[in-house]
Design a protein around this ligand. Structure first.
Ligand code: IP8
Length: 352
């Protein structure tokens, strides 16, 4: 067993498999000595022993449940693929609406994490007015604001993030996420946190994999997954910052979103003092030099970054003010506020 890596430490890419080290080492190692307490001996849980599974559909008592595939598979990659194939009988979710609320709407632009409780509460109440459900599915993503950008800047270095930096950034953004989820729950929205750090892998600061099956199942049950910009592990860089602006088009494409809304601190994309009504790939160059970056410590590209992300997908998106009361509720009810980003421009644009 010397030099062999337990299955639960292996990555899906065999070139990049990590040797177990540091804290957590041996926790799931097959070669580790059994825990003195028999109830805590992991061997009995099966996943430590790929050849000993005997549970059947009948024994498990769950309809559609078959032999756990990862215990029959030969490699972690096969295990991953087959675990996706072994789906439950829940139908795929209806195409969702995706709403991102910018960190500058929800937090003060300071160097220490400072929420805006009244803004968080108002946004939650506006989302509640949409009555998200399985028939009306909604994915919410929020920015990091002062809970993420100053921390990311502080820990940025040519050598990448240290482990303590990664953990500090992640823990900080989860605090804001909890405030947002709490506010939604207080407004009777069935919201649940989904932290990208735990379900996403990046390569060179772009999302390469995200475990979206739990999100699909949440949507199919009417639960609102609440994601956020986060630090995530990165195969090339060790770790990198993934903006909510990048998560939006990724999930939009994955789930065939019907509409995307970006609630920001400004009225839309502003060029020469006016809201640009529509941006299409062919008009982007003309407005690009007039688009100004956001103020404060934004490490993820500001307004230009948003427009670039949204131009890459085939879903109509709207960038509008979420600071003005009623705008989020208006977008969710079908209005077309602010700037529309579209690839097709096949519908006449109404001025709000
Ligand atoms: O505010 C940034 O996410 P964003 C995430 O959505 C961090 O751009 C940790 C700075």
């Amino acid at each position: 067993m010397d030099g062999e890596i337990p299955a639960c430490h292996q990555t899906f890419n065999s070139d990049l498999q990590l040797k177990p080290r540091g804290w957590g080492n041996n926790v799931c190692s097959e070669s580790a000595a059994p825990h003195p307490n028999p109830r805590l001996q992991l061997k009995s849980r099966g996943w430590a022993s790929p050849t000993t599974n005997t549970r059947t559909k009948k024994q498990s008592g769950q309809s559609g449940y078959t032999t756990p595939s990862h215990r029959q598979a030969h490699t972690p990659e096969q295990a991953y693929k087959t675990s996706i194939v072994r789906t439950t009988k829940i139908p795929p979710p209806m195409p969702p609406t995706i709403l991102k609320i910018g960190g500058s709407v929800l937090t003060e632009k300071t160097n220490t994490p400072t929420p805006k409780p009244s803004a968080i509460e108002r946004c939650a109440a506006e989302i509640a007015s949409y009555h998200p459900s399985a028939d009306n599915p909604l994915i919410l993503i929020h920015g990091a604001g002062s809970f993420g950008h100053p921390q990311a800047k502080k820990h940025d270095s040519p050598d990448g993030f240290t482990n303590s930096g990664i953990i500090e950034i992640h823990r900080s953004v989860t605090l804001l996420n909890e405030l947002v989820v709490n506010a939604l729950i207080e407004n009777n929205v069935p919201a649940a946190p989904v932290h990208p750090f735990g379900c996403t892998v990046a390569v060179d600061a772009r999302i390469s994999e995200m475990q979206t099956a739990p999100i699909a199942l949440m949507l199919a049950r009417g639960i609102v997954p609440v994601l956020h910009g986060d630090v995530v592990m990165d195969r090339a860089l060790g770790a990198s910052i993934i903006s909510g602006d990048q998560i939006v088009p990724y999930l939009g494409t994955q789930f065939g979103a019907v509409r995307i809304g970006f609630g920001t601190a400004v009225d839309g994309v502003i060029a020469d003092g006016r809201v640009v009504l529509e941006i299409m790939p062919e008009t982007f160059e003309a407005v690009r030099s007039h688009i100004h970056g956001s103020e404060g410590t934004d490490v993820t590209g500001g307004m230009l970054g948003k427009v670039r992300e949204l131009l890459g997908i085939d879903i109509d998106s709207y960038i509008f003010s979420a600071v003005k009361p009623g705008m989020i509720a208006g977008f969710l009810s079908g209005e077309e506020p602010g700037t529309r980003i579209t690839k097709t421009g096949n519908r006449p644009r109404r001025r709000p």
